[in-house]
Design a protein around this ligand. Sequence first.
Ligand code: 5AD
Ligand code: SF4
Length: 350
Amino acid sequence: MNIKELTLDRESLAAAIASEDSTFERELRDLAYRTKVETIGPEVYLRGLIEISNICVKNCLYCGIRRDIRCSRYELSEEEVLATAQIAAMRRFGSIVIQGGERTDQAFISKITRLIRAIKNIEPAVEGDPPLGITLSLGEQKKEVYEEWFDAGAHRYLLRIESTNPDLFHRIHPNDPLHSYDRRLRALYVLKETGFQAGTGAMIGMPFQTAEDMADDLLFYKEFDAPMIGMGPYNPHPETPLTLQGAPYPSAERRFALGLKMIALLRLLMPDINIAAATALEVLDPRGREKGILSGANVFMPNITPVNQMVKYNLYDRKTLLGDGALSFNPETGIIIGYGQWGDSKHAVK
Ligand code: 5AD
Ligand code: SF4
């Protein structure tokens, strides 16, 4: 594949995704990085990631904290979440993401609402900095719940579609009404209606997933007009049904290359949105997230969950990943960290 032939229609995207030509892949990443710097500048925004709980009502076939897996469950107390958010404020991260397994019980919903209000009242470390921006990633909820959390002060919400091919979606989820493609899609539109900057994303390099599926994922992000995308390589967890079923998936090396390539293609397709360099990249390469940024991503999510609990948030095998992946970019890259700001995408601000 030649970079000059790339046109960003479905066929061309699928061909780019299927290509294993390493020269093409490098040229594509470089072009995407240049596009990122020219469109939105050299800065990378931070989101302090707080994994609030690994308790989940859902049973996704690929996930290491699915309902039916036996693992040690935890839930951070309100004091722990607040203390962690305070650290993010002190380090001038600008914003945080509260992520966790999906829960719809009233106690949990009210806890999140109280936390959002309390976090919004944390004094910024430097006068003139805004209060911490809050992104939520807590799954499918009723419209009223989304409204309650938005009114409390959260302003961005991440809900991955996981795959925009309904057949594939249903192959990687149990066959019941709780796990429905239509329901997921509706939730995304409800988030938008509520006023959230609604972000989404899909896994990359899953069993049964084709290059066309991945091209469609990219085209969906554009059609949905997503201001932010968080997508990352599929990393098999040894005890999940999807792994145990034994269906083939690309090698770790291919999934990593695909992860970077999807970031690069999306940057060309949507030059002014926020694209996260996902944690799942770091599992496959120690400098994975830096490489994600050099392929066009502009958001980095240091994990600030207290370490004794972080070890239990095992969506997939990531034992090697403790601590916040330190904010140590190679100085030669010219990457600048945007401290003390929410870092909304230019696209959303428009
Ligand atoms: N590999 C990669 N990503 C995964 N997630 C869950 N399980 C896996 C896995 N095995 C991702 C899903 C979910 C997010 C919280 O974690 O995309 O949206
Ligand atoms: Fe729960 Fe999310 Fe894992 Fe699905 S992917 S089981 S919703 S934590």
